[in-house]
Design a protein around this ligand. Structure first.
Ligand SMILES: [Zn+2]
Length: 337
């Protein structure tokens, strides 16, 4: 996993090699999307919300999606990457859970400050859905003021420590992480409300979803992207596809995606259809022996799947590459392709 912060400060045009390096992060991926998304399209995508917006900044807005539950929807396409990923606040009688550490300290601090204004409490726990820097790098913003318990799987904590620029405070917090089960769910009891934290994988080796037991709300981490083409850099696409299908479905369910606006069941359907379309095309290209770079660059999603930033020739090859890895693995089990 390349150092994500380094990719945010390189304005020079990307060479092929430069792209392959830079595209190894969610931030670079978002930058690639922002670069190719027509302004009208991106404005329409990011304006969309059916929920009450309780606070808004250039980098994000906070939407009330249930009683005591708020989704932080990042709006990074204008260039402000304070938060970069989505996350949120889940408040209960005995504690407040913040979801994600965000990209910059100021992002986590903003969410924590919002939590205090809305609930009277600074977050008591922070849950990291996976190790990517845009979800983890800012976690120190929670730690400056009060005691807070960081929760993540062992893999997430370990890979976050390995892959991010040194920050003694964050490193200490990550070493102190209260571990979430990697092969069993963890239930967080907030007195009047409980949250299932379910280990899954596919976007990375270790992802989690947070599923409220009293409300039809799921925080999906980067297993789900809405109206933005996902980053496959560490993905195992077959596992991703299975994990997304295992996310609870019911009428009226709300999904907080890792990136993009709030999603409902129809959005999740569209996302699954999009993943399937990529799989179908990658499978066919692999069978005919075409290089992933060439096949991915030529691939276009059908218009019926709606607005996805798929017209960039740059990031689809990465999805095809991930599928090719999966195909090779399934042909030679045990060999790490
Ligand atoms: Zn990610």
């Amino acid at each position: 996993m390349p150092d994500l912060t380094s990719t945010t400060t390189s304005p020079e045009p990307l060479t092929r090699r430069g792209f392959l390096t830079a595209a190894g992060s969610c931030a670079a991926h978002l930058a690639a999307i922002a670069a190719v998304l027509p302004p009208a399209t991106s404005a329409r995508l990011w304006r969309r919300t059916e929920h009450r917006v309780v606070s808004a900044e250039p980098f994000a807005r906070l939407e009330e999606i249930g009683d005591g539950v708020w989704a932080l929807i990042s709006t990074p396409l204008g260039g402000d990457r304070t938060t970069l990923c989505n996350g949120g606040i889940i408040a209960g009688r005995t504690g407040v859970v913040a979801v994600e550490g965000f990209f910059q300290r100021a992002g986590a601090e903003w969410l924590a400050t919002q939590a205090r204004a809305l609930t009277g409490r600074w977050p008591t726990q922070v849950v990291l859905t996976h190790f990517h820097a845009d979800h983890v790098a800012g976690v120190g913003g929670y730690l400056a003021t009060e005691e807070v318990t960081l929760r993540a799987t062992h893999t997430t904590a370990e890979r976050a420590l390995e892959t991010q620029p040194p920050d003694p405070e964050r490193a200490a917090a990550l070493r102190d992480t209260e571990l979430l089960g990697a092969d069993r769910e963890t239930v967080v009891d907030l007195g009047d409300r409980r949250i299932r934290i379910v280990p899954r994988h596919g976007h990375t080796d270790s992802d989690v979803t947070l599923e409220l037991l009293d409300r039809p709300i799921v925080f999906c981490g980067d297993l789900v992207w809405n109206a933005m083409f996902p980053n496959f850099v560490n993905a195992s696409p077959a596992a991703l596809s299975a994990s997304v299908r295992a996310i609870p479905r019911a009428t009226g369910m709300l999904y907080v995606p890792g990136h993009g606006p709030m999603a409902g069941g129809a959005d999740l359907d569209r996302y699954i259809a999009m993943l399937d379309e990529v799989e179908r095309a990658a499978r066919s290209a692999y069978a005919s022996g075409r290089p992933f770079a060439e096949a991915g660059a030529e691939f276009k999603l059908p218009a019926v799947l709606g607005e996805w930033a798929t017209f960039s020739p740059q990031f689809l090859p990465r999805a095809f590459e991930a599928w090719y890895r999966d195909f090779r693995r399934s042909q030679s089990p045990g060999r790490d392709a």
